[in-house]
Ligand binder design. Sequence first.
Ligand SMILES: Cc1cc2nc3c(=O)[nH]c(=O)nc-3n(C[C@H](O)[C@H](O)[C@H](O)COP(=O)(O)OP(=O)(O)OC[C@H]3O[C@@H](n4cnc5c(N)ncnc54)[C@H](O)[C@@H]3O)c2cc1C
Length: 431
Amino acid sequence: MTLDRRSFLKLVGAGAGAAGAAGLPMIGMAAELMPKSGRRVVVVGGGYGGTIAAKYVRMLDKSIEVVMIERNKQFVSCPFSNFYIAGLTNDMNSLTIGYDKLAANHGVKMVYAEVTGIDPAAKKVVTDQGTLDYDRLIVSPGIDFRTEEIEGYDAKTAEIFPHAWKAGAQSTLLRNQLQSMKDGGTVIISMPLTPYRCPPGPYERSCLIAHYLKTHKPKSKLILLDANPDVVSKKPLFTKAWSTYYKDNFQYIGGKKITKADTGAKLVSVEGIEDFKGDVINLIPPQRAGDIAVKAGLVGDDKKWCPVDAVSFESTKHKGIHVIGDATALPSDGPPMPKSGYSANSQAKVCAMNVVNLLNGKETIEFSGINVCYSAISDHESVSIAQVFKLEGGKIKSSATAISPADFSLGKAEHAYGESWLKNILTEMST
Ligand SMILES: Cc1cc2nc3c(=O)[nH]c(=O)nc-3n(C[C@H](O)[C@H](O)[C@H](O)COP(=O)(O)OP(=O)(O)OC[C@H]3O[C@@H](n4cnc5c(N)ncnc54)[C@H](O)[C@@H]3O)c2cc1C
């Protein structure tokens, strides 16, 4: 739902009392965080997409002011958080970045605040600290969860059945639950139907948790309940890893869409007729674009993802607003770009270039992007998929795909490549 003028006034003027009745300009002035003098791009979300978009706009044109709004002072990467969950790394230091260098090196102005609304007509972003005007807005808020589709899911459920699908406290919770589970226990991972953040992520997690159990709690077992009828990513590689390394403690079951959660009875259920009990339950709910995208009316008729133009990433719902990363629904010919950090990085660069071109009255450039995704199958081997995407007839299409050899002959090398990938991409995001 787009913010109508009355709700907008309510948000901006909360606590402003009589000033609220005096109209938008006065309230806007009172609550404005940083007055705008020249051309300004505001970026919402300092994750995989937002940091790169903010940095590249500044690198391409220093005359454009860039303000990035992020709720947290530090960003914790989901990529490689499965290693931490499965006890293969001791902390999340290598997954955590700050924003100081992005500000110092590129002049990106940081605002640490919660974005609570967007007024596309007034070109204004509302935060819990005040408002910001923009000429163009780039939104990269990641995902939130469609928990309303799971009966019994309430505000407390994720504290008992962690999703760990946003890295940080949730990752620690799942890790601690696994470590304190008795040997002989059952772990359940429940994953949603596509599209969701990181298609191979749940399968990677299953390998690493199965590895943890095999090593530390050999009488325990892991069940992966997939809402999809079959494995949706790197199928030959994951199925081989399961049957080669984890056949004694792992079971994959496709077509199990969880519709009910009971934290008291420690079970998840399909249509209330088939229950799965677990000592540790990692319930990954179905997903949609981050809440702010929904609130701002950027999602399409499906009420889940944000339709955008495939060249500029400009929203088809609101002019002047561009959406990148997991939140997007890109017009695609064939399988869409996966919702990955690498995709968000590729999209951010093209979006930044086209936002600068549009602000300078220049032609937009056509999208060409890459996604490479490494997945660990054990503590020392990884597999990958690499895809090239380009624009064809207004749609984004995969033009080349490569997948690791099925005999895992590159497994050790790819494990090292994956580690360098993480280091490189987080350095690019934070310096
Ligand atoms: C377990 C797991 C493993 C993964 N592994 C890989 C991998 O190996 N490779 C890969 O490429 N991808 C991987 N991914 C996917 C990757 O994490 C996402 O695709 C990527 O983070 C998407 O980037 P984004 O910018 O859309 O969102 P994010 O990176 O989540 O950034 C969104 C940011 O917006 C902020 N935000 C949201 N709403 C507001 C608001 N209202 N106000 C202020 N700030 C706000 C959030 O705090 C956050 O910092 C993995 C994901 C998971 C869960």
